[in-house]
Write a protein that binds this ligand. Structure first.
Ligand code: THU
Length: 161
């Protein structure tokens, strides 16, 4: 028996003025996407914005449904949009943020397990990491260099053969 260790690095950003302008722009785009989310059941409006390696910005927001499990997270809406608009084009960075009804969101949001799985498939499909900016409207923001870092022991297509 051998003990092994899984570790990953991430950055915590306390002062957003330290961010490059491109990241700030992406956070603004994610915030705007969140404003258009359809989340009448949770009132938790999520917005995601990706900058592709071709420089294009693609958006996603959560789309809920009266039949709750039918709802889709912002991240997977975004990945679907890329699949239609720019198939095969890699993501450089994806910003994810959210809005609350009664106050400003102030801690980073983190993609759910299903979205981590979807992000992993996207990374391996285009063979390029998805850098993540995880943010509330205010407060600390986290930067993860590859979404796969958030899903150790991921199930991938090679397991099927
Ligand atoms: N949600 C997202 O869109 N992305 C996340 O990263 C976390 C959760 C959505 C799903 C649901 O519409 C609402 O937020 C509450 O869970």
């Amino acid at each position: 028996m051998k003990k092994e260790l899984y570790q990953f690095e991430f950055y915590r950003v306390n002062n957003r003025t330290e961010l490059p302008a491109e990241d700030v722009d992406l956070l603004v785009a994610a915030n705007e996407a969140a404003q258009q989310a359809y989340a009448p059941y949770s009132n938790f409006k999520v917005g995601a914005a990706a900058r592709l390696i071709n420089g294009k910005i693609v958006l996603g927001s959560n789309q809920e449904n009266a039949s709750y499990p039918v709802g889709i997270c912002a991240e997977r809406v975004l990945l679907g949009n890329i699949g239609v608009q720019f198939p095969g084009v890699a993501i450089d960075t994806m910003a994810i943020t959210y809005l609350l009804v009664d106050r400003k969101s102030d801690s980073p949001v983190s993609p759910c397990g299903m979205c981590r799985q979807a992000l992993s498939e996207f990374e391996s499909r285009v063979n390029h990491p998805v850098r993540l900016l995880l943010a509330g409207e205010v407060g600390d923001l986290l930067i993860v260099k590859a979404s796969i870092d958030l899903l150790p022991f991921v199930f991938q297509r090679h397991h099927l053969h």
